[in-house]
Design a protein around this ligand. Structure first.
Ligand SMILES: C[S@@+](CC[C@H](N)C(=O)[O-])C[C@H]1O[C@@H](n2cnc3c(N)ncnc32)[C@H](O)[C@@H]1O
Length: 200
């Protein structure tokens, strides 16, 4: 192993219970993921910290939310954050991407690694956010919170939107949306942000 499967204190329980499955997914991302262009070439530690640990914080927010809901990972690419979420959570996760080749690779991974409660679907995410009710939507490096809100012309009550953000809070709560930003460590020194958006 050329990396340390570390996690800050907030996520220790996820690693303790699911290390083997998370390490298998990391291996797939590092080999197949890079070879098939699902992710760009990166060292193994970066893949662990930026993809696995970052994804697990989405799972932590979902756990804190308490209500069990179906999860849709929009613009999933290589299954980020949907696959790590499905490994540590029991809700059904649907990985959504509009590129056939990405969905094909993800379906192969799901079969080979015998991943449960996760499916991959080729679909237009923009259509999907407008048609589903009472779900959790995760978006990592796909749409910004601002762009997402522009797409949600008729916001769906009770849905929860978790959107990765590169900056400190840019979006404000208004009469339609409640926005809370979570800041967390992905290793000893680096922080990341996720916008937690609910419809008021
Ligand atoms: C920058 S990648 C991010 C992938 C992954 N979520 C991550 O964090 O590494 C954006 C992904 O969104 C997908 N995508 C772009 N437009 C889409 C759409 N309208 N519906 C579904 N997926 C879309 C692309 O094919 C790509 O895989």
């Amino acid at each position: 192993m050329n990396y340390i499967p570390q996690i800050p204190q907030w996520g220790e329980k996820y690693i303790e219970r699911n290390l083997d499955d998370l390490v298998d997914y990391h291996k797939w991302l590092s080999l197949t993921g890079i070879k098939t262009g699902l992710i760009s070439a990166k060292d193994e530690q970066t893949i662990w910290d930026e993809f696995i640990v970052h994804s697990l914080y989405f799972a932590k927010i979902i756990e804190d939310h308490k209500e069990k809901k179906e999860i849709f990972d929009l613009g999933t690419g290589g299954g980020i954050p949907g696959i790590p979420i499905s490994i540590v959570r029991s809700e059904k996760v649907t990985l959504v991407d509009n590129k056939k080749t990405r969905i094909f690779e993800l379906q192969r991974l799901i079969r080979t690694n015998r991943l449960k409660n996760v499916v991959a679907k080729e679909e237009n995410a923009i259509k999907l956010i407008k048609s589903n009710k009472n779900c959790i939507f995760t978006l990592r490096c796909y749409l910004s919170s601002l762009k997402l809100i522009k797409e949600l012309v008729q916001p769906i009550k009770n849905s929860l939107y978790l959107v990765s953000s590169s900056k400190k809070k840019t979006l404000k709560t208004d009469e339609l949306f409640h926005v809370k930003q979570e800041k967390f460590l992905i290793n000893k020194t680096e922080y990341r942000f996720i916008d937690v958006i609910t419809v008021r």
